[in-house]
Design a protein around this ligand. Structure first.
Ligand code: NAD
Ligand code: MG
Length: 391
């Protein structure tokens, strides 16, 4: 029995993980969520978890009331989430959305646990710190993002030195086939639909803008230690091929599967073994064809920013992610338009450029959080200015 802690258990990744865990072979140590306290309490009881945590301090009373009379311990607040991550476990699955996932990732690795990482923001904001923390405490990071799980699987038995390039695929998101001039007027509801994957609201909108793919390019750079020019993105509307690895001898290894996150989650949960998974099998004959195209920079201006982030290094990843999160909040609140998000983030990166330089070994949680706060503030200012300019 593997002992597993689920961070963000009430989200899309968390629920998919619980679907697999409920089929046996695992024991749940702790579950953490947000405001969906009814579901969080239900999960704690159903799995027999020792601890349930909400990240919102003000939700403590209600969660405690819902779990009264059970053996489940209750806690609340961001520190309690990090403490839950640091409890002894074989595996900690981080399915928190946003930079809030960073401290829990570090806590899990500091405790020596294996970290199954869906929270790509941990690596984007502080890749060198996360990987160094894993190395120092003998912990390990397993990718759960589908593209990175695909690369990881294609690399089994291979020498990373023999890798020439890595290609990650993108579905193209909600606006893949929209006329360019209409994309600027798109609403949050329109952006929150996805042609192939069923995911949380924020990552779905990030897929339409390709901010998600930009995060994933940086994630691949940090996780696999690839140079920026070794990473490519192709639009692949069928979402059957999740990634390809090209080797120095010209061979390419592709990973294919149905677009179902339970594959990547299940691979990490069962690693280093493979277990049978209840996911659809690909019917290639029914699919008939696999299409690939280079992403159009005019349609996806956010994607190119990833290479600027990687070239700048240091704290630019934290700045990029924080500005993106603030701009996404602005779009969801209808303070800015869909196309403004990339402009805002680029402007914040420009303003912070002189302050992000840093050797990897100087990166600390403190300076990452400071860069994050400054970038959010600058993004809010840039959004207010943009609003004034358009009246
Ligand atoms: P979601 O919005 O469905 O769920 C997020 C979870 O995090 C919820 O349990 C929520 O309560 C919790 N949470 C929210 N804010 C928090 C905070 N400040 N502190 C602690 N917990 C908080 O999100 P999701 O789609 O499951 O995505 C989770 C992560 O996995 C993201 O980093 C996303 O990019 C990544 N990911 C998701 C998918 C997918 O299919 N959904 C695929 C690949 C990667
Ligand atoms: Mg992905």
């Amino acid at each position: 029995m593997k002992r597993v802690t689920l961070l963000g258990s009430t989200g899309s990744i968390g629920e998919s993980a619980l679907d697999l865990i409920g089929r046996g072979g695992f024991r749940v140590e702790a579950v953490t969520g947000g405001r969906n306290l009814a579901r969080l309490a239900e999960q704690a009881v159903e799995t027999g978890a020792a601890l349930a945590v909400t990240c919102f301090s003000e939700c403590y009373e209600e969660l405690a009331a819902r779990l009264e009379g059970t053996d489940v311990e209750v806690a609340a607040g961001p520190d309690a989430v990090a403490q839950a991550a640091g409890r002894p476990a074989d595996l900690v699955l981080n399915g928190i959305v946003g930079a809030a996932g960073l401290q829990p990732s570090l806590a899990a690795l500091t405790a020596g646990s294996t970290l199954a990482l869906a929270n790509k923001e941990s690596l984007v904001c502080a890749g060198p710190l996360v990987m160094a923390t894993a190395a120092r405490h003998g912990g390990r990071v397993l990718p759960v993002d589908s593209e990175h799980s695909a690369v990881f699987q294609a690399l089994v038995g291979e020498d990373i030195g023999a890798v020439e390039r890595v290609v990650i695929t993108a579905s193209g998101g909600a606006f893949r086939d929209w006329p360019l001039e209409e994309i600027a007027r798109a609403t949050p509801e329109q952006a929150a639909t996805h042609p192939n994957w069923d995911m949380g609201q924020r990552i779905t909108i990030d897929s339409a803008s390709m901010f998600n793919k930009a995060l994933e390019v940086i994630e691949a750079h940090e996780f696999f230690g690839l140079a920026p020019e070794q990473i490519e993105v192709l639009v692949h509307p069928q979402s059957a091929v999740h990634a390809l690895v090209g080797f120095v001898d010209g061979a390419m290894m592709a990973h294919l599967g149905a677009p179902d996150m339970r594959h990547a989650i299940g691979y990490a949960l069962n690693w280093p073994e493979r277990a049978a998974l209840p996911v659809d099998r690909l019917d290639l004959a029914a699919l008939g064809r696999l299409d690939f195209a280079t992403p159009d920079p005019a349609r996806y201006p956010a994607l190119g920013l990833a290479w600027e982030v990687m070239r700048a290094g240091g704290l630019m990843g934290a700045v990029f992610n924080a500005a993106k999160e603030a701009a996404l909040d602005g779009f969801l609140d209808r303070r800015i338009g869909f196309a403004d998000m990339a402009r805002i983030v680029e402007r914040v990166m420009g303003r912070m450029a002189s302050q992000t330089g840093l050797n990897n070994d100087m990166m600390s949680l403190d300076n990452v959080l400071q860069a994050d706060q400054m970038a959010r503030q600058l993004a809010r200012e840039a959004m207010a200015e943009a609003k004034e300019a358009t009246g």
